[in-house]
Design a binder for this molecule. Structure first.
Ligand SMILES: [Zn+2]
Length: 258
């Protein structure tokens, strides 16, 4: 006799196949990670987006447009302005001219493109400047800018940003981070303007609450005035290690009659 041995009924098999929504979620996250990595590559190597390069010694200019020979004069004027900095040189300075304005927002990590330049002071120290005409040593301003650019050519914007590179190199990242905005920006304009500053005119403008003395409207004249006053008695590094109060310095300017 044969006896059929029947296997005991097995429990309902557990479905080990991953659920479709989980697969889709993982795929979606993987795609996002890949896209984010691809988008971040130019942040680390901006030269990928700037095909043209001019090696001006301490100042290396990269551009997304051909660079005309007048760049030598622009760099010469940048160096003239930098001579008014008391901080040690920290070059070579890598300057990227963003003629495609979206690059300014991308590298500046901002939604706005209404600024003149920005520097990645904490990581790469790369400098990014808004669209510019090298032949006339001028930036191309957005419609929102309300003040004259007569005293702010392209070389001013480059020198201003280079001053920030010198500041972070001299102070270190932590002290730079802790330094007050008025001191950092006022000193960067002290350098950017190449030492040109009309003290009595600025004091008058401050007394009259002139719009050009309001940093929220785009100029750093208020901050530069305070820095010019403070630099009479202290070095930039001394001011950074023990910053005076901005309003006290400005009061000294107005009370002292310039
Ligand atoms: Zn600045």
């Amino acid at each position: 006799m044969f006896e059929t041995v029947r296997e005991p009924p097995s429990p309902a098999p557990h479905d080990t196949r991953p659920r479709r929504w989980l697969v889709a979620l993982w795929l979606g996250l993987a795609c996002l990670a890949i896209l984010a990595s691809l988008a971040a590559i130019p942040l680390a190597w901006p030269a990928l987006l700037f095909s043209y390069r001019f090696d001006g010694g301490a100042v290396v200019v990269h551009s997304d447009r051909p660079i005309p020979p007048e760049i030598s004069e622009v760099i010469g004027d940048v160096e003239r302005r930098l001579a008014s900095s008391e901080l040690p040189a920290a070059g070579p300075y890598q300057v990227y001219l963003c003629n495609d304005v979206w690059k300014l927002a991308y590298f500046g990590h901002r939604l706005s493109t209404g600024f003149g330049g920005v520097t990645d002071v904490y990581l790469t120290r790369n400098i990014f400047i808004r669209p510019a005409d090298i032949r006339t040593n001028a930036v191309l301003p957005p419609a929102s800018w309300r003040f004259s650019l007569a005293d702010r050519p392209l070389s001013y914007f480059i020198a201003h940003e280079i001053a920030h590179v010198q500041q972070v190199a001299a102070l270190g990242r932590l002290s730079y981070f802790k330094a007050p905005t008025w001191l950092l920006e006022g000193y960067a304009d002290h350098v950017g303007k190449g030492g040109e500053f009309d003290l009595s005119r600025s004091v008058d403008a401050l007394r009259q609450a002139s719009p050009e003395m309001d940093p929220h409207l785009g100029l750093y004249k208020r901050y530069q005035l305070a820095v010019e006053i403070a630099l009479r008695q202290h070095s930039f590094r001394e001011l950074a290690s023990d910053p005076p109060d901005l309003s006290a310095v400005l009061r000294e300017a107005t009370d002292g009659g310039g």
